[in-house]
Design a protein around this ligand. Sequence first.
Ligand SMILES: Cc1ncc(C[n+]2csc(CCOP(=O)(O)OP(=O)(O)O)c2C)c(N)n1
Length: 320
Amino acid sequence: MNAEADQQLYYFMKLTREFEDRVSILHRQGKILGGVYSGKGQEAIVVGVCYGLKKEDFISPIHRDMGAFLVKGVDPKILMAQLFGKKTGLSKGKDSFLHAGALEWGVFGATSMLASSLPVATGAALKFKLKKEPYVAVSFFGEGASSRGDFHEALNFAGIHKLPIVYVCENNFYAYSTPQNLQMAVENIATRAEGYGFRGTVCSGNDLHAVMKTANAAIERAREGEGPTLIECKTYRYHGHSEHDQPWYRPQEELIEWESRDPIQRYEIYLEKKGFDLDRLKEEMDQRVKETVSAAVSFAEESPYPEGKEALEDLYADPI
Ligand SMILES: Cc1ncc(C[n+]2csc(CCOP(=O)(O)OP(=O)(O)O)c2C)c(N)n1
């Protein structure tokens, strides 16, 4: 990895954290529209996977994946305006983050039904294959979603047709308050790929390089026509399921243990070993991401809400 890429990856991890931390505060101030589902602690997954993608590659993020939008190229100002429900946001003030999409950057907007975007991403991969386009689809989901029928139908279809898709499970061990062992009888979600005729791999979701190595290999395989891969990234979310959830159902020691494997701190150890002046780089980066996020918040606060009549605009695609 060259020094420029090292710093860019660091920037995206820090930007994602700063953005989400600020959103949590803004939520408590009553400024954010709808629920907030923080992915704090899981940054290495979205950053590591999306960094190796092209603009035209199609991703379907979940409720916890604000960082995926940022790495894919969405302007933090526009993303923040989306969270504020402002006219300058992605959906022009029609929605909050939960269903946000940005098709120009290849980001599909999810629906509330868990796992419903897996068949959609699989459909995008089918389109790439049928039209012989050199792109891949990446479908993010939690371990809870992998117990839904949509997940199994999507993987089955992709396995049969050897579609260019990578399924990325962000396994944070809790689906809302339900621990993994109460919703499935297997330890690794990756083993589920075997039933559909393709490879499943487990990696540490808190180790940026492990995620990148695993994801890039799967993306390359998909691009070369070798079919799908399921990647399971083991990780942990620091916050509750959402900002309105107090995670009383999990032991405090567990959180402390996972915080000691923090993905950003882990990456900083790498940067220091690589010869960067970490104290200086950290200071520079902290300032840069704070400025970027503050500018995004000001932009969102100053942007107007849409007019009532605009609620009826952009609801249907133009006929072909
Ligand atoms: C079909 C369906 N069932 C239940 C819910 C309510 N729900 C929303 S998120 C969630 C937990 C999701 O867990 P997981 O898929 O592991 O992702 P995570 O939130 O842990 O990242 C639940 C149960 C829903 N949205 N859709």
